[in-house]
Design a protein around this ligand. Sequence first.
Ligand code: GUN
Length: 288
Amino acid sequence: MAARILDGKALAETVRAEVRVSVDAFKAKYGRAPGLEVILVGDDPASQVYTRNKEKASNEVGMRGRLHVLPAATPEDEVLALVQRLNADEATDGILVQLPLPKGLREQRILDAVSPAKDVDGFHPINAGLLASGRPGLVPCTPRGCMRLLALAGATLKGARAVVVGRSNIVGKPVAQLLLAEHATVTIAHSRTEDLAAVCREADILVAAVGKADLIRGDFVKPGAIVIDVGMNRIDAGNGKTKLVGDVTFAEAAEVASAITPVPGGVGPMTIAYLLENTVTAATARME
Ligand code: GUN
């Protein structure tokens, strides 16, 4: 059996078109555009690409998107001062601090400084707590993208066995909460899980979010399962170049699954689309 490939690029376009409509309605009602402020500290090349894409994507849907680039050696107090200034700025609806931060900056301290109402990444402990309490506020973007991909796949979540591999605050834990809210029976597996293959083989819905190429082989996948691959691993392509792969050995898993996300072009494009969606949500909530 060959799995259906879930096209995240096309689905992200659909989400962006939905956001464009919401942005137009917001502008008509409030006379201003939703504002997204992206903060990049340092010069990590991947982060430079991601943050430029976030700025560009927000402007493309009619928001006011701005990128703040600070040198790697910026003292923590200066980063905090920028966050505080944006927290107090009426025209700022969303604040995103790009991760990873350079060494010497305390990630938790900086993320905790973002106003929960403007926390479009959904990383603030208040938003994480609301999600875990079953009354979500701003929900992390990548997990929201995973859920939309599952909807595209036509997944029945109620009563399904879902296995999430990875327990990060950014993906693993929040996606597990979202699956639980949809009445799936959820297992969170991780690097210390014994017999990961057997645990994964239980899954009707398998979400891989570890960051390790070829962690999930074809024989980890239950026949007919839906596989969502959140991994983004750059590996040697063997021709002097590198290539991007997920956590799942795609060719093997696609033989067994009923539907699977590719890397690239699966979950990745959905993250930015839901960042835009979260920004309109935050903007609307602030104005109401
Ligand atoms: N770095 C990698 N992914 C993300 C993300 O979703 N948000 C932020 N802020 N930084 C990231």
